[in-house]
Design a protein around this ligand. Structure first.
Ligand SMILES: Cc1cc2nc3c(=O)[nH]c(=O)nc-3n(C[C@H](O)[C@H](O)[C@H](O)COP(=O)(O)OP(=O)(O)OC[C@H]3O[C@@H](n4cnc5c(N)ncnc54)[C@H](O)[C@@H]3O)c2cc1C
Length: 173
């Protein structure tokens, strides 16, 4: 039997790598306190491809050039040309996520078991009596249960799963 549920949020970010973390960081500036942000990633945990690298794998370039604006690394006694390793990169990204959620009391829903694949529609008509320009409906399927689908209705969304930065849909700056 196929199950389908709906989930509402203020912002939906697809992809939990550094691009997704950077999107969360940028959005935190504009989101209202107590907003709900949903993260979709077909794999588990923050950090994107770094999660499945070997432990000895490092950045190709100095960590200072792999920095999200306004979020300095907490690497002590490291020269500026230091190549951070997998553990340090994952810790850096996780730390930013925690800072973002606590600064704005963000309700973070990490739906890592879902993968956005099917639809990404403008949803002006879907919200019926309350049309919201820029809102989207993301139809996702579970990677663990082939019978489970979720329809995410987000006021804003940002796709961060193809190593490409996009502008926020619906975000007022
Ligand atoms: C060994 C190595 C060293 C590197 N060193 C550097 C460096 O020094 N400097 C530099 O700038 N870059 C470097 N890179 C490049 C690096 O890939 C990028 O800088 C950056 O980490 C990419 O982040 P991302 O978030 O865009 O992508 P990813 O880290 O790939 O994250 C994308 C996420 O999206 C998820 N996803 C994909 N499709 C879907 C879907 N349909 N639904 C849901 N989720 C999905 C994936 O599961 C993943 O978690 C290096 C890469 C490697 C492999």
């Amino acid at each position: 039997m196929v199950s389908e549920i709906s989930q509402y949020c203020d912002l939906c970010i697809i992809g939990a790598g550094i691009t997704g973390v950077a999107a969360l960081n940028a959005a935190t500036k504009y989101l209202k306190a107590g907003s709900t942000v949903m993260i979709i990633d077909k794999n588990k945990g923050w950090g994107g491809h770094w999660n499945w690298q070997y432990d000895y794998v490092r950045l190709h370039q100095p960590y200072v050039h792999y920095t999200i604006p306004s979020r300095p690394w907490k690497l002590e006694n490291k020269p500026n040309d230091y190549l951070a390793n997998k553990r340090e990169i994952l810790a850096y990204l996780q730390d930013i996520v925690q800072s973002c959620t606590s600064e704005k009391n963000i309700n973070l829903i990490e739906m890592f078991e879902f993968v956005a694949t099917v639809e990404d529609n403008s949803m002006t008509e879907i919200v019926g009596d309350h049309p919201q320009e820029g809102a989207v409906s993301l139809f996702c399927k579970s990677t663990t249960d082939e019978h489970l689908f979720v329809n995410i209705i987000a006021k804003k969304s940002n796709k961060c799963h193809r190593i490409k930065y996009t502008t926020f849909r619906g975000l007022q700056t």
